[in-house]
Every structure is written in C-alpha cells, then in structure tokens.
Design a protein around this ligand. Structure first.
Ligand SMILES: [Zn+2]
Length: 294
C-alpha cells in the first residue's frame, strides 16, 4: 500500500480534469460502515466523509453506478442492509467458522447468497491464518458454485502486523482455482506487492480475475508519487499488461482508504484508454452479475 508517498497528484491531474468522465464505473471493492469511528477517520484522511449522503454525491460526480461492499461485519443477512447503490459480498471469517457449527455458518452464508443484493463471498486468509485451500473452505466453494457467485479473496499485503503474509500470498490462490474450476475467484488488490506472482496466477487460471483496489491510501499526490515510486508503478503497469487480457482486471478502491478522484486517475494511468470501459465497468459487471442491472 502506498500512503502519503503519493505526492503531487494534483498537478498531474490538473491537465486531465477537463476531460469529463462519461463512462459508467463500478467500484468493485469498498467498505461501508457509517458511524464507525475508525472508518470516519480513514474517510477524512482520504478527503471524504463516511456517510451515505456524501458517497451519493461522489458517485454522481464520478459516474459510479454501483459499489460492491466487502463485508467484514457479522454473517447474518440482517446485518447487511445497504443503500441502493451498493451490492455486497458476504465476508466469511475463519474465526467465526471455528467457533460455530458448520450448519450455523453455512446456513448464514446461504441466507445471504439467496439475496440479489449479495453478489459474492469474501475470504480473509491472511487475517484468519488459514490457506484458502484449507478443507474448512470446501463447503464455501460448494455454495459459490451452487449460487454461481464469485469468491473474492484478500491477497497480498495486510493491514496491521497481526496477519501472516504466507496465507495471503497470491500464489496460494492457484491451488484453490485449479481444484475448483467452476468457481470464479477474485484476487483482491492484485496480490500487491507480489505482482509477478499475482500475474502468473491471473494469467494461468481462466477462473481468476483481479481487482485493483487497495493500492492507494489516504489523500495523495500522484505526480510526486510518480517521481518517487516510478519503478513500482511501472512494474504494476507491466504485470497487468503481461496478462494480455484487460478483461481480467476491474477497478476497485478499498474506500474509505482512498480518494475516489485520485484512484480513478491512477487506474487511468495504469490501463490503456481503449480498455477503460472494460476495467472500470465491464469486468465487474460480468463477474458480479450486474450486467444490464447497473
Ligand atoms: Zn478491502
């Protein structure tokens, strides 16, 4: 993740601001917890407010037609009621699975998957210290297959130091993807910073798509970042391009961690213009079953 190191974005962006965004955008990865102090703070640091009203305005200004909330609250469907511009993935927490019966846990996941608003499942292997190829997840994959909804997996760097990175390394997704060819996996954060390994897994497996969320944190300045982190950003662009298929990538932010305007500019820098519609809208619409709906 890149924090304040993202430096002079505004100068870089100034010349491009004139170009009004007219394409539809789906934010394929955000967190929405209004009223949670920590999230309020993160939103402020990113130049936002952690409220529905504020986000509605931002979505309208930027052509964002839908956001996919990555659930990290409880698992009962009643805890996942969101404003109409959102859909959500039900977050499955290994510690919850460990302290409840399988029937309780999987019944709750299924209750969510039956709803149109629930468009997938989210797993957190690094935080839960469990490989995603662990047998405990097998029934989760069965449910994903039955309901034809994707499994998004946090891959790459973790927030805080309590997680074990070996469980969130993108290479671990390879085994789960091979063993479950009928399940669509989303590699969140493109496995950042293991970009080469992430690209190998995305390019090899037809059933793996990546979201580009979590690459910026807080309000940033892109042109200064380009000066300081040019090698990193070129590597990111290189390994995305290496996959030879922009249909494998989708725009996502990890809001409230990042600023929407700045994130859109970053992804525009990473992706060739002729592929913007694919990455900003089409891939997420297809993977999360929103084509023709949003
Ligand atoms: Zn996230």
């Amino acid at each position: 993740m890149l924090t304040e190191r993202f430096g002079k974005f505004h100068n870089y962006a100034a010349g491009r601001k004139a170009r009004k965004i007219c394409m539809k955008i789906i934010d394929a990865h955000l967190h929405f917890c209004p009223g949670y102090g920590h999230f309020d703070e993160l939103a402020r640091e990113a130049g936002h407010e952690n409220t529905e009203e504020h986000l509605r305005k931002v979505y309208e200004e930027n052509g964002i037609v839908c956001g996919i909330v990555m659930g990290n609250r409880g698992m009962s469907a009643g805890e996942h009621v969101y404003p109409d511009m959102f859909r959500y993935c039900i977050g499955v927490d290994r510690s919850y699975l460990g302290s409840h019966t399988i029937e309780e846990s999987y019944g709750l996941i299924e209750e969510n998957l039956k709803r149109d608003a629930c468009v997938g499942i989210k797993l957190y292997p690094g935080y839960n210290r469990t490989y995603i190829s662990d047998p405990v997840y097998e029934p989760v994959y069965e449910l994903a297959k039955t309901y034809r909804k994707p499994v998004a997996v946090h891959m790459g760097q973790t927030a805080g130091s309590h997680a074990y990175l070996k469980y969130s390394h993108p290479l671990t997704l390879d085994e789960a993807a091979v063993r479950h060819p009928d399940v669509r996996f989303v590699m969140c954060h493109f496995g950042n910073p293991w970009l080469m390994d992430a690209a190998a897994v995305v390019e090899k497996n037809e059933n793996v798509t990546a979201d580009l969320s979590g690459l910026l944190v807080a309000k940033t300045d892109f042109s200064a970042l380009l000066n300081r982190q040019r090698g990193y950003l070129d590597a990111l662009k290189t390994w995305i391009a290496y996959c030879e298929d922009y249909g494998k990538f989708m725009f996502g932010t990890d809001w409230p961690l990042a600023n929407y305007g700045e994130y859109i500019e970053l992804v525009k820098w990473l992706i060739p213009e002729e592929e913007w519609e694919q990455v900003f809208y089409r891939t997420a619409a297809q993977v999360y079953g929103l084509d023709g709906i949003v």
